[in-house]
Design a protein around this ligand. Sequence first.
Ligand code: SF4
Length: 283
Amino acid sequence: MAVRPDDELRGALARSLEIDLLLGVRTAPLSFNPRLPAPVGRRSRPAAPPAARSASGVPPAAAPIDVGSILAPPTPLAPEELAARKEALRALDEGQVKGCTKCKLCQTRTKTVFGQGNPRARIVFVGEAPGHDEDIQGLAFVGRAGQLLTKMIEAMGLTRDEVFICNILKCRPPNNRDPAPDEISACWPYLDEQLRIIHPQVIVALGRPAAQTLLRTTESIGRLRGQWHDYHIGGPAGADAPIPLMPTYHPAYLLRNPPDKGKAWSDLKQVMQKLGLKMPASK
Ligand code: SF4
């Protein structure tokens, strides 16, 4: 049966409302083009490439998801293994990061921001660097962007205590500028060690600097997001099996660009499917 334009409009608005409810913030109204072939109920159609999806202007929440194999939950850690992981993270933070002077950011920081969360997290979220609130409190993602990240995590059916959240840099760049290459080089080993200790099943890179740094590429976030990549602990020659990595938009970007929340939600749904997490019911 032919899909009428008003049916498409209702479908697009329903998806927008679903994303609003799941991510907990209001989106700008969707731009709607009745000629776009994106009606409700086409979740089995093969995924379009990112460029094609971003050109549509319609949140791709209804786009089908190619996740490859689903990762089963890891076997529970023995209490002594969990304690060893906690101790390894504590030692890295207390023994190295807190007193670090390897780059110039040590001169302007208030507190280092190691990151926080579950040492046996299945997902590690990685942003680029602490902001003003994080620098004051010494905690990752506690400002407005952090509140949105909390909503995104909760929309996935998880809590912040179940995941691990950190940044590429452990100190705030002045005026929240992008991390400089020498700062990334100096701080990189800390993040790599965090990932080696936690060894999550999936990494979510939040925003361009995080995605480009983790994947050692200059590709735009618009082209990187929505597709699975590999992160190699210790670099491409590392001995460990690569960890699947999903780039998506940074929550701070989403606060400035609400219409792209649908794309971020689509990326997070891919993560949920890969981990076999229960998908929220469609509204
Ligand atoms: S940003 Fe990283 S490398 Fe630079 S001083 Fe802080 S902890 Fe050390």
